[in-house]
Design a protein around this ligand. Structure first.
Ligand code: MEV
Length: 424
């Protein structure tokens, strides 16, 4: 038997893929299949997660076979339905391993994630500011003895309270209290909302102001992941084209959004596999991309003297404990496979996958174009919609591939035409 660790993912059989991850998980292939299947045989998990459940919506889960980041190797689970994503990221990760260096770090300008409390119109601004300054430590202490106690025991808890002032059109002032809560390795939404709601009546009592909304913010731009990829001896023509593609996204928001969609292809796939709240991360990333007043790409690429450098910087607040990560068996298996020590390590892995996925798209767009690779893989999807036997499907795949190579496009009607010809 050949050693599957040396094979590219595209050449591995299903059994080899299971054996490959089984070695990492210390599980047999049967145990993996059982874990992935077991909880979906009954409705219990769905009912624990949502009201009105009628079943499950399943998605394919694959993996990035060998990501090398900060000199450490990762197998990264990815749940996604789009044909070329897992294939593309594996191909580029291999190239990066051979020719490049992928590094990441966290930039933390302030500790904790934000809970917001709105004061729609501050009546006595001077008094309110004074009270917040004088009392904020007492409020922090109260929250840390109350709803944030479990976080304090884990080394986190409420860290700070800041007041932001926003001028309204009618010349009144809206106040926003930002409660910074260190949620350790959790996603933290529940604890942040609990802390904010706990503090609201206390602050009303002590300030005599009207307080309104209490909710976490999904924009935590003070805590970002920075991933840098350098590729030495890089082909000059391709390098310059990728740089030009980057300028396109930097100057034009219509392109920036699609550039970022390519990044999100990788990021969301890992978030879904690990049970993280991908809507929260998406919203935060797009807000961050538009923070300077114009929507920008989350990554930029430059080519100089034989080296291609890509940099991605983005707030990626993720969790590895609590919520879906703990109760969903697939998410549990995915996290076990990743072997990250804490949420901050997961944030860096996810950022790296986003940058590599971005390079996969740019490399294709700057060379043969996106269609041929994508459509080649998409042929199987087209064939699934055609009522043909297994041997007809095989023949049709070859014929459609030929049409694709000749004409540069192919569709379901080609498949139907070819099936008719084949049967005639
Ligand atoms: C498709 O899912 C993603 C791309 O559109 C990304 C890009 O244009 O950079 C190919």
């Amino acid at each position: 038997m050949t050693d599957s660790t040396l094979k590219s993912l595209s050449r591995m059989t299903y059994e080899e893929r299971l054996a490959y991850i089984g070695r990492e998980l210390s599980m047999t292939p049967d145990e993996i299949i059982e874990t992935l299947r077991s909880s979906f045989e009954t409705i219990q998990l769905a009912e624990a997660l949502i009201e009105g459940a009628i079943g499950y919506f399943s998605m394919p889960m694959g993996f990035l076979k060998d990501l090398k980041l900060n000199e450490k190797n990762y197998i990264v689970p990815m749940a996604i339905e789009e044909t070329s994503i897992v294939a593309g990221v594996n191909k580029i990760a291999k190239w990066v391993r051979e020719k490049g260096k992928l590094e990441s770090r966290l930039i933390e300008e302030k500790r904790g994630l934000i809970g917001q409390i709105q004061i729609p119109r501050i009546v006595n601004l001077e008094n309110f500011q004074k009270t917040v300054e004088g009392r904020k430590q007492a409020w922090i202490d109260l929250a840390n003895k109350g709803p944030a106690k479990s976080m304090v025991l884990r080394g986190g808890g409420v860290q700070d309270i800041e007041l932001r002032l926003i001028n309204r059109e009618d010349n009144s002032v809206m106040g926003v209290l930002h409660i910074f809560v260190d949620v350790c390795d959790a996603m933290g939404a529940n604890i942040i909302n609990q802390v904010s709601e706990f503090l609201k009546p206390i602050i009303i009592e002590e300030t005599d102001e009207t307080l309104h909304l209490c909710i976490l913010s999904n924009l935590n731009d003070h805590k970002r992941v920075r991933v840098t990829l350098t590729m030495e001896d890089f082909d000059e023509c391709l390098g310059r084209r990728i740089e030009e593609a980057s300028y396109f996204a930097e100057y034009d928001p219509y392109r920036a959004v699609t550039h970022n969609k390519g990044i999100m292809n990788g990021i969301d796939a890992v978030l879904i596999a690990t049970g993280n709240d991908f809507r929260a991360v998406e919203a935060g990333l797009h807000a961050y991309a538009a923070l300077q007043g114009r929507y920008k790409p989350l990554s930029t690429w430059r080519y100089a003297e034989g080296t291609l450098t890509g940099v991605l910087e983005a707030p990626l607040n993720l969790g590895i404990v609590g919520g879906v990560t703990s109760i969903h068996p697939t998410a549990g298996l995915a996290l076990k496979l990743l072997k990250v020590e804490d949420a901050e390590e997961l944030m860096q892995v996810v950022g790296a996958v986003g940058l590599i996925q971005n390079l996969a798209a740019l490399r294709a767009l700057c060379s043969e174009g996106i269609v041929s690779g994508h459509m080649r893989l998409h042929l199987k999807n087209i064939l699934m919609t055609i009522d043909a036997t297994e041997s007809e499907q095989k023949e049709l795949e070859q014929r459609l591939l030929k049409i694709l190579l000749e004409k540069k496009y192919v569709s379901r009607s080609n498949a139907l035409d070819e099936l008719q010809k084949l049967r005639a």
